[in-house]
Write a protein that binds this ligand. Structure first.
Ligand SMILES: C=CC1=C(C)c2cc3[nH]c(cc4nc(cc5[nH]c(cc1n2)c(C)c5CCC(=O)O)C(CCC(=O)O)=C4C)c(C)c3C=C
Ligand SMILES: [Fe+2]
Length: 241
């Protein structure tokens, strides 16, 4: 099922730089949203929408640069007229739910570039990243919520915990190869997603944004903007291992 949720009101074509919490992202996850973002035309997609053939949960890849794909990001085929009609009808609604797998094609309208922004939390890639990664994690009030009067202690506490915990965490990461596997795993998922979309003649670029480590969501969004993507599909996935 493809859930399409549109920001209310007319969608500006440029990206908004407001980093407010995104209700649509929060709605599917009990853990912190991987990012706080607001995109102009943002669609959240559920895992099965691209195709069960890939078995993807649409995780993310950790490249700032969009993943490359053999098909060109151009109009290799036009959507049927009824698709466009459907799209504009959806656009005027504050929320629409498209059910058919092929309905993603309905987003593929003339002169619209599609970007898929895959969001995750991130993990330290090297042992040197461990302490600053943990700082980012614990500095997040969605992870450790202090009473408002003690909010000023958030960063000092994050510094304390991250420094105290880092040696033990480093041991753990050292035992699994020296860093978090999140990036490689999600790279592979991003590649598979690109391939799956290409196979359906839907050329889209895939971007990745992480909440606590590189590439940060802000960087990914800048890339989305630089590529003048006008439709952004957003998906986040929390890998558990
Ligand atoms: C008291 C300690 C911790 C709380 C509370 C906690 C909550 C929490 N964490 C995530 C997401 C991630 N945590 C990751 C690593 C990690 N988390 C903690 C501690 C707490 N997390 C530590 C010490 C570490 C480092 C690894 C270790 O030593 O075990 C990661 C990175 C995973 C990776 O691939 O490297 C993520 C992601 C959430 C969402 C959360 C609360 C909701
Ligand atoms: Fe954690």
């Amino acid at each position: 099922m493809l859930h399409v949720r549109l920001a209310p009101g007319p969608a500006p074509r440029n990206l908004s730089r407001r980093w407010d919490s995104s209700a649509y992202l929060h709605s599917w996850c009990s853990v912190p949203c991987p990012s706080r973002l607001s995109l102009s035309r943002t669609y959240s997609i559920k895992s099965s929408s691209i195709g069960s053939a890939t078995g993807l949960c649409l995780g993310q890849c950790c490249r700032i640069k969009p993943l490359s794909c053999k098909c060109k990001l151009g109009r290799s085929s036009q959507p049927p007229p009824d698709s466009r009609q459907h799209f504009s009808a959806s656009s005027s609604a504050s929320e629409a739910v498209l059910t058919a797998q092929s309905d993603i094609r309905k987003l593929f309208v003339a002169n619209e570039k599609i970007g898929v922004l895959l969001l995750n939390l991130g993990g330290p890639e090297t042992l040197d990243d461990v302490q600053p990664f943990l700082f980012n994690l614990f500095a997040d009030p969605d992870i450790i919520r202090l009473p408002r009067v003690f909010r000023f202690l958030q960063k000092p506490l994050a510094q304390f915990i991250s420094v105290a915990r880092a040696p033990k965490s480093k041991e753990g990461y050292a035992s699994i190869g020296g860093g978090s596997p999140l990036r490689q795993i999600t790279d592979a998922q991003g590649e598979a997603l690109m391939e799956a979309l290409c196979g359906k003649d839907i050329p889209a670029k895939v971007y990745v944004g992480m909440r606590y480590w590189h590439p940060f969501t802000e960087e990914a969004i800048e890339q989305v903007g630089a590529f003048h993507v006008s439709i952004t599909l957003v998906r986040f996935c929390c890998l558990l291992y």
